[in-house]
Structure formats: structure tokens, C-alpha cells
Design a protein around this ligand. Sequence first.
Ligand code: MTE
Ligand code: HPA
Ligand code: MOS
Length: 774
Amino acid sequence: MKTENLKHDSAIKHVTGQSVYVNDLAFSGQLVGRVVYSKVASARIKSIDCAKALLVDGVSSILTYKDIPGKNQLGPVIHDEPCLAQDEVTFIGQAIVLIAAENLEAAFKAEKLIQIEFEELESILTLQDAIAKNNLLAPPRCIECGNVEEALQSAPHCISGELETGAQEHWYLETQSALAVPCEGKEMLVHASSQNPAETQAIVAEVLGVSKNEIEVEVRRMGGGFGGKETQGNHVAAWAALLANATRRPVGIQLFRDDDQIITGKRHRFLSKYSIGFDHSGKILAYSVELNSDAGAATDLSRAILERAMLHAENSYFIPNVKIVGKAYKTNLPSNTAFRGFGGPQGMAVIETAIDRIARFLKKDAAEIRKLNFYGTKTRNITPYGETVRNSRLDVMYEKLLVSANYVQRINAVAEFNKQNEFAKRGIALTPIKFGISFTTAFLNQAGALVHIYNDGTVAVNHGGTEMGQGLNTKIHGIASSEFGISPEFIKISSTNTSKVPNSSATAASSGSDLNGMAVKNAIDKLKSRLAEVAANELNVKLAVNSIQSNQIVFVGNEVLSTLFPNIKIAFAELVKLAYLKQVSLSATGFYKTPGIFFDRETGKGNPFLYYAYGMAVSEVQIDTLTGETKLLRTDILHDVGDSLNEEIDIGQIEGGFIQGVGWVTTEEIKWDKSGNQLTHSPDTYKIPTVNDIPAVFNVELLKGYPNEGTIRKSKAVGEPPLMLAFSVWLAIKDAVSAVGNHEFEPQFSLPATAEVVLLSIEEIRKKVLGVGG
Ligand code: MTE
Ligand code: HPA
Ligand code: MOS
């Protein structure tokens, strides 16, 4: 059954408004929940007075930490994150009090009457300050190979520098939301917008002080997660559950956009320091990098994110001598969290800037330097952490993209344009990515499924993954259809629910379809082998033979047949009915764990990834040197998804991921004032990409003819990697700025390259040009 072209299962529902989100659900007697949060970054709480607020008409319940029946904890890995502040607050946005009311007006009124007395303490609000005070979150980590110090010393050239990469707000269209419904006894049903229903269940159980089997978490879909709901979707679920438990009524919370941006964590900003040694040809001999991340006020996933940053520090390049040091620091800001790429982008940005600088130093084309340093296929293929890069697609993709993007001619055209134009300058850049697929926390690489065949021949598929717009359910739909050999209309993918598939990992690390697809296949294989036995018997009877074995039975085109006698078939639905009458079980669980992966955090060595996904992009920009405005003229992307599970969805993921990356490297900038208040907590000041930011010419192609052996239908994961293709835009902007000084002076550049950064960088170059000119 050809299912690579299935339309996104929610496409029509989304555009007609039929898709159901948490906030669309309504239960009788439902209350609205409101979170009262800290307005100061660091303080001792002297007192909380809710007496007046409790008298407001329509207020049902007001809770502080004292009212939590279970543990006052939200920390997913390390328990360092109170559910409601107790004696102190450590960031602006930290939840202190919860209100349940009949309506929002009453909740607002009550909120105004709550009096919290603080004794303000000193706070740490910048990474620089945290580094100066050595306010480490955890002991530093190191990954090392060869001898970096020696190799840097003996290298013909060495460049050193610092790079700041900015935070990023997830800007999912559906803000954090949850609806908790108290049921019989201790039971609670939670409709959550969570990438991690099993963890939401665990945290809700923990704050309520009940066991997990009392809590059922259901996730129909999210209106985007992007990593922001890998752990922090749990918070709002826990708050709603506490209020529902206290009032014994359903309570829904959906954060307002501004509150969401103030309360929740973001992509970690990094301040990185590096030295890179290379020879006259541009071959890299040694790379030393220190990655410093801003974890915010609590651990959340910061350790794993730093680890992934370290595991991507060398991106697509073989470097014989490497030292990667990783340090996460605590600050008085919301705890930063997973965001598409999970540290990978922050790690890669440094090597990409370093290579760009090598090219400018040697006055060579940066793409050539990149190509020179790509991982090899037979030699030069061991990563700093000891995993062998098998099946590198870098060389083949480079050759193809150079041609399809017409790279060489366009470099000349850009130079020509820059000669002709004084105030508009163009730049072009090619950047590759190699992204490791698997959770770096090895045990998380497991998934479960539950597949039912009803006796009318229709199928219901459940799996532990969640749908956040990425098309996971559509891919699973295609997999189930292909594996059963029946049309997609006979199959339904149901909501994710902890009572159907337990102990699932977060849908994250781009591995949703890899893991859950395999688990679903495993369940289907079990059912098919039971059905095949029934079919073999039935066909033997029909044909009056005794020769058909169940392993000769195939499922294809809604029918079941033996390869020996292909003309005699049983309809799938008919076989199902027969199996039911013969008392054969038509329900099966499936399970999958990724084989052969491990990583030793102490030694920094192992095989953390099952495989790598590759991508490459060429982008061309034009800047207005008077305003700093950037226009993205053209982007060509070639991306490797193995054999695509669904081409349109994969291309959509590549386009979406790339544009989200373009936002991170250009316009999305989070700023705080001196007290730690975010100045950019709404769309008027926080600029995500709009239709105008999509490149005027946008060519996205999948690498064809390179199946990935050992994964579901030979596919590769696609969710996160394309985000990092946006480095091509960032470095094209740098190239355009560099053209202002005829490439004689290197622009100083950080990430994002906002209009302001571009303009200041141009001014620096103009000063240097004037200085040289007399
Ligand atoms: N695409 C959409 N439309 N919405 C999202 O929230 N999240 C991204 C990516 N693509 C996201 C998305 C992130 S961070 C991850 S890890 C993957 O999807 C998760 O889904 P997958 O593992 O099924 O690819
Ligand atoms: N990606 C996303 N989430 C994770 C990972 C990862 O590599 N490791 C642990 N949680
Ligand atoms: Mo994605 S950052 O792994 O949720």
C-alpha cells in the first residue's frame, strides 16, 4: 500500500476549525484556574495573605504551597523546582499562588487582593555574571580526543574567539494549557497539552500524593510544542490538578500569551569560547571549545541539553584533536528547557563561525573549507566521543547541492552585485548539518503501542507518541496501513493516553516516528501472525489442500492470500470476523527499544546515536546597509530523510524547521531589564518570522535513493535537524556585511543578527575603512 502521500490527518480539521485542543473541551461545573507568579527575580517570601481574595464573589479556592497534598515538586530529572514557591522565589514568573474561580473576572479581582511580602535579594541575570560568580548548576563536563593543547601550539594558524547565541521563545500557537477533571475517589483525568503524558501523569500523581494508576493523562494534540512542552507542559497540568482536587470540580488553565512568555523557559543562551588550529589549506587540526549555558533557576533538562550541545560541537567535520568543555550556570530567570535541536544548534553555531573565520583569514571560499573538513566515509570518520560516522552523506549532498543551487556562478553574481551597489550588499553561504538521532539519555529510547482490530475489520492504533503538528500520527497511519496491507480509511489513530500505553518517553529528540513506528509495527506483526494462522487454515479448507503454511500468507490490498495460490483470497475484514469467531485475540501490544546505543558520561565516550541525519543549505541575502534590514532572497536545501515516510510532511518539517531557525538567527531576541523583567513578552516586541521572511525562492529537496537500513521503513527522523540549516542565512548576512568593507575586515557578529547587530557591525567596518583610507 503506497502511503507516502497521505495528507496530514488534521489538515482539514485545522483549516475548518474542527481540531480539538484542551481549551475547546468543556465539562459541566468547570472552573477557570489562574496562576499568580513572582514579580521579583530573587527574594525571600515574608508572608502571603489571601484572606481578602478569598472573599471575592465567584472564587472557589486559593492555594499556596501549604495546600499541596503531595510533594511540592515539578522537577522532571532533578527535584529542584518547587510547584509553588515556599520560602523564596528565584525568578520572575515563578508560581506562588493558584486561584480557581467561576470566571476570569473573579480570578483577576482576587489576584489583585493577594498580598505577598518579599525581602528582595541579589540576583544573577546575565550569563557573564553567573560565570564571574562561578554559579555552576552541575560539575563541568568534558569530551576529549587527541591532544588539543599540543596540536593548537603546532598548528600553522590559530584563531580564537567568543560567540554569544541568544535565547528563543517557543511561540507555540497554543499556549500552555491543561484541564483536570476529578473522578471517583482519588482518580483524576487530565487533558494535557504535553509532549510527555507519562511524565505529566507522574508529576500530577506526585503533587497530589497519589499513585500513578489513579491518574490518566490524555493528549489529543498540541498546537505546537517545539520542546517547550517536553517538561513544562507538566507545570500547568499540576496546577490544574491541584485546583481540581481542592474544589472537586473540573479546572482548566490556559496561560495568556504574555504570561506564558514570562513564566516558561526558553532555548538556552550560550556564551562560548573557542580556539581553532588549521593549516594553510584550511584543514582543521585542533579545536578547543568551552560551551557555557544559561540554565535559568532550576535544572529541568539543562544537563541533557548541554550534553547534546557538546555532542554536536564538531558538526559535520572530522577534527583529530578536540576538547569540548561544557558548563551550565544557574541564573535568576525561568528554567530554560528543550527547544528544537536541544543544544545542537548552540554547539554547532561555534564551529560554523570558526570555519567562516578560517575562510576569511585564508581568503578562500568557506564552502570549500567545509568540504575539505567533512567526515570521511572510510577514514577520518570517528567523532570526538568515539562513535563511527557510518554512511556519511555529506560529500554526495555537497556535490548535488552545489549544482542545484548553482553555487559557483552565484558567488560571482553576488560579487558583481556588490561592485555595482553601494548601499545594498549581498552575501551567500553554504552550511551543512549532521544531527545525531536517539535520546542521549539511552534508556529513553523505548516505545510502546497498543493495536486493536475490531470485529468489523477496522483498526485502532494507539502509541506512546504525541501529535504536535509534526505529522507523527499521519506517519503512523501510513506505517499501519502499509504493514496491515489495508487502506488508511479502515485505520484510526487515537488520542495518546497513559492508560493505553504506559511509561512512554517524551515525543522528542526527533525520534517520535522512529520509536513509535517500530512499536506499532511490532504489535501489527503479532496480530498478523495470529491472523495468518487462521488464514492458512481457511485457505487450505477452501482449496482442499494441506500445503499452505502461515508464513506464506501475505496481507496486501485489503486482502489476505497465500503466495502459492495467489488467485484465492480472503478479504481482510472477513478474515478478522473469522478469527473472532474462532476466539483469536485481536488486540496486541507492541514494544521497541533502540539497539546498540550507550554513552558513558564519565569518559565522554560511547555510541549515543543510532544514526545521523544530514542536511545542507545555500542561502543568499541582501542587506540594506542604511537600516540593517535583511531580505532572504533564496534558499536551496537538500535534506536526508532516508526513504521518506511521508514526503509532504517531511518537506513541511524541513521548511518549518528552517524558518524557525531563521527566526533564531535573525529577528528573535529576548531582552530583560536590569531587574530581570522580560521586555519582549508579546508579539509586538518579540519578532518571530512572518510570511515576508520566507525566502523569495525556496527550493527544498529530499535526498533520494539513500535508504536508512535498520529503521522503520528505512526512514530517518526529520523534526529538529532542519532548524540548523539556518546557519546558512546567518553566515550569508555576515558575508554581506563583510562586503561593505570589500571583505578586508572581519565583521564582529553574534546570534541573532538582528537589524541592530547588522547596523552596528557595518558601522564598525565603515570606521575601519575610513581609518585605513586616512
Ligand atoms: N513540528 C510542528 N509542527 N510542531 C512542533 O511542535 N516540534 C519539533 C519537531 N517538529 C514540532 C515540530 C520538535 S522539537 C521535535 S523533537 C519533533 O518535532 C518531535 O516530533 P517527532 O519526533 O515525531 O519528529
Ligand atoms: N533530546 C530531547 N530530549 C531529551 C534528550 C534528547 O536528546 N535526552 C533527554 N531528553
Ligand atoms: Mo524536541 S526539542 O526534542 O522536543
